[in-house]
Design a protein around this ligand. Structure first.
Ligand code: ZN
Ligand code: ZN
Ligand code: ZN
Length: 148
């Protein structure tokens, strides 16, 4: 089987070589639990099984994938640059834990009704919205309760 990796397919289409670091980065990005990450986190994930991909290569590759619209930078307002894969872009919102800085996705959009109300109230055609929920995640809550 040839690579079923959308990232590698796209790189190949654009004429980029599928080098070992690029293959490894694509594999990590496409794994289910990578999600929303900071560059340093990607670096740790890429190198966790003893692979050696330097930080500069990670930065360059992230920039390249951003240029190809495979990755998008997300700003959750805490001064950290995070990225997420845009292979099948679906509209979603983010939960950011103030304790451990973990990012989660909210599946499903509950804001359609709010948009309609605002639109009617201000006679404003809404084309999109951006929402981040801040708080404490369940594992941090557990940890804090156990420390009491
Ligand atoms: Zn947390
Ligand atoms: Zn996201
Ligand atoms: Zn939404």
């Amino acid at each position: 089987m040839l690579s079923a990796s959308p990232v590698l397919e796209r790189l190949k289409e654009e004429g980029y070589k599928l080098t070992t670091p690029r293959r490894r980065i694509a594999e990590v990005l496409e794994s289910r639990d990578t999600g929303h990450f900071r560059i340093e986190e990607l670096y740790d994930l890429v190198n966790q099984d003893g692979f050696l991909v330097g930080l500069a290569t990670i930065y360059r590759t992230v920039r390249l994938l951003e240029d190809l619209s495979l990755l998008t930078k997300i700003d959750l307002g805490d001064g950290q640059d995070r990225y997420e894969l845009m292979i099948s872009p679906h509209h979603h919102h983010h939960l950011l834990c103030n304790q451990c800085k973990k990012v989660m996705e909210v599946q499903g959009d509950f804001l359609d009704e709010l948009e309609e109300r605002i639109s009617a109230m201000y006679s404003f055609d809404i084309e999109g919205h951006d929402v981040i929920f801040y708080g404490t995640c369940s594992s941090c809550k557990n940890r804090m309760e156990n420390n009491e």
